[in-house]
Design a protein around this ligand. Structure first.
Ligand code: CUA
Length: 319
């Protein structure tokens, strides 16, 4: 099932779904009793020719029952909700890590904690947009704020909603019990792009989380590397752009395959796998040696080696 609060995948969402089902079941029972009694009386005591209505002056038993039973129900709902709210609002005990979340028109930014695992070479901390990666089975505290207007963070399978308010920090926590991808959505109308303000939480097995962080750091470093910008420049102004399209750039060639998401593809030209630095370099240097007869020429000797390396570096950022 998709992003749906009644498909809980973590302890907080479970506790919310539990309260929901109890309230829903009680509401159904009350509805059945009230509508049943109304229907029954309506049919049984309806007006008929010659019939004189019987006058009744109260029933103590009935009045006690319909006062005491609803009172007890409301009190139990209060106690139950209070108990669950304490659990949901407890953002501080057993927290594995704290992520800062900023909502802005119209995207979310996640800043990972100030720990070695998330440190980049320039001393800053790993940041990500739209997607938050967390370890499974751990309580993740979120510190929310907003840049412009009020937004609301909600990943239904993992927990409740919380507003992100400009100038304030609000807190909540999420936890996923199984690895997977959980979708969410800004839940406070925040302007034209509100519907596009999506959230993706990816939960990794704990044993794989460090490896994910390593990859994320490498990707972030690569984006900031001046060689990447140089590679982009070389690609767009060189022969590459004549044949290949990269959406969002001036490269619009139609001869070769589109490279907009080359770094996420399973292979290069259907033949070289995986798409990594080593294989891309081999390919750009001498594609005909790998796939004889291909239109793409050999660039070894045509382009300087450093330029080929820079182009490959940029291609690796095209996810
Ligand atoms: Cu942000 Cu709606």
């Amino acid at each position: 099932m998709g992003p749906w609060p009644l498909d809980p995948r973590g302890p907080q969402a479970e506790s919310i779904a539990f309260v929901y089902w109890i309230l829903f079941a009680c509401a159904v029972v009350v509805l059945a009793i009230v509508v049943g009694a109304l229907t029954y009386s309506g049919i049984k005591f309806r007006d008929r020719p010659g019939r004189v209505a019987q006058q009744i002056h109260g029933s103590n038993t009935l009045e006690v029952v319909w006062t005491v039973v609803p009172t007890l129900m409301v009190i139990s709902f209060t106690v139950l909700s209070w108990n669950r709210l304490n659990f949901i609002n407890d953002v501080n005990s057993n927290v594995a890590m704290t992520v800062k979340v900023e909502g802005a028109q119209w995207a979310w930014t996640f800043t990972y904690p100030d720990q070695q695992m998330f440190k980049l070479k320039d001393g800053t901390t790993l940041q990500a947009g739209e997607q938050l990666d967390i370890p499974v089975g751990q309580k993740i505290k979120l510190e929310l704020t907003a840049k412009d207007v009020i937004h609301s963070f909600w990943v239904p399978n993992l927990g409740g909603k919380k507003d992100a308010v400009p100038g304030h920090t609000t807190t909540m926590w999420i936890q996923a019990d199984q690895p997977g991808t959980y979708k969410g959505q800004c839940f406070e109308y925040c302007g034209d792009g509100h519907a596009d303000m999506l959230i993706t939480v990816v939960a990794h097995p704990q044993s794989e989380y460090a490896a994910w962080a390593q990859t994320a750091r490498t990707d972030a470093e690569r984006l900031r590397d001046p060689a990447t910008a140089a590679g982009r420049q070389a690609f767009l102004s060189g022969p590459c752009a004549g044949c290949h399209t990269v959406k969002g750039t001036t490269a619009a060639g139609k001869v070769g395959p589109e490279l907009t998401h080359i770094a996420s593809k399973p292979n290069i030209a259907g033949i070289l796998s995986p798409v990594n630095q080593e294989n891309l370099t081999k390919w750009v240097r001498n594609a005909p040696a790998i796939k004889p007869g291909i239109v793409m020429p050999k660039f070894e000797g045509t382009l300087p080696d450093t330029q080929i390396d820079q182009i490959v570096q940029w291609l690796l950022t095209l996810k």
